[in-house]
Design a protein around this ligand. Structure first.
Ligand SMILES: [Fe+2]
Length: 296
């Protein structure tokens, strides 16, 4: 068996609005349109990633929040209805998720060896979080490969960004080791926005794009700084400025998803392909991918 490897790592944000606007059969609410730049960018990224012959997708989600340690989905399949807690009018999604339990267990064991507190989620009735579902749907709409979903243990909130980064680094070492031993070709998804200031009043029509824009110029500048660094391969700088970024841009990267992705990819000094940037309810979202050893 040849060594497994990470074939790509993607920044794959999870606004449920992007699924709502695309009207896939799994989602009950129907939209007229909306958020086209992000959706079309995602479509281009999904097409490029599909060409990489992926065996498994590993996704790190800020919305599976576990307060004691890092958890991994550990049941072969989950079927249920996912309803967004903030926007139940936009996202009522019937999911059928297949899990690569062998890889999840290998990651769990490797993470434990790294000294992290870990747990396997073995409850077949567990409701998979919408961060996992939305990112996987948009990056791979066919749902034709199994996934591993990793929770966020919220160490930024409990301690600080430095502790989160230390844990992300350990989890990344474990992720890489488990993937290499698996012999599989794996796509990584960091399910996260960049800046994360929400609007405070809602439009009557959710897809009314006259209401969609960034709400704070400083947050826009932070997003542009991060994207510029992605394009220049300056991922070490992204890592080092994470404490300031998380605090000043109210960033969802506090979950550890972006730090984990950069560390898993061993801090690329080559350019990411940036497919799109846009806001959703005012939050900054970039869709981007790094492909080790080759162009997308
Ligand atoms: Fe989110």
């Amino acid at each position: 068996m040849s060594a497994g490897r990470i074939v790509a790592g993607a920044l794959a944000p999870h606004p449920p609005h992007l699924i709502y606007a695309a009207n896939p059969p799994q989602n009950e609410p129907k939209a007229e349109c909306g958020w086209e730049v992000l959706r079309w960018g995602y479509e281009r990224m999904a097409k490029d990633l599909e060409a990489l012959d992926v065996d498994t997708i590993v996704v790190f989600s800020p919305h599976w929040q576990t307060y004691i340690g890092t958890h991994f989905l550990g049941v072969p399949s989950f079927q249920s209805l996912s309803v967004d807690p903030i926007f139940p009018n936009l996202f009522r999604y019937h999911y059928d998720v297949q899990v690569d339990v062998a890889l999840a267990e290998a990651m769990h064991d490797a993470a434990r060896e790294e000294g992290l507190v870990t747990s396997m989620m073995r409850n077949p009735d567990f409701r998979v979080d919408y961060g996992t579902i939305v990112s996987c749907h948009l990056a791979r709409p066919a749902w034709d490969v199994p996934i591993v979903s990793i929770s966020s243990c919220r160490s930024t909130a409990f301690y600080n960004v430095d502790v989160m980064q230390e844990q992300a680094m350990a989890l990344a070492r474990a992720t890489r080791r488990a993937i290499e031993a698996s012999g599989k070709r794996v796509l990584l998804l960091a399910s996260t926005s960049l800046s994360h200031r929400h609007f405070t009043t809602e439009a009557a029509v959710p897809e009314d794009m006259t209401r969609e824009h960034i709400y704070n110029h400083h947050l826009y500048l932070w997003d542009m700084r991060l994207i510029d660094q992605m394009k220049r391969g300056q991922t070490r700088a992204m890592w080092e400025q994470m404490p300031e970024f998380v605090e000043q841009a109210v960033s969802e990267a506090d979950s550890g998803a972006l730090s984990w992705l950069l560390a898993c990819l061993d801090f690329p000094n080559y350019a990411a392909e940036v497919y799109a940037y846009g806001t959703v309810i005012g939050t900054g979202n970039a869709v981007a991918a790094w492909v080790p050893g080759g162009a997308v």
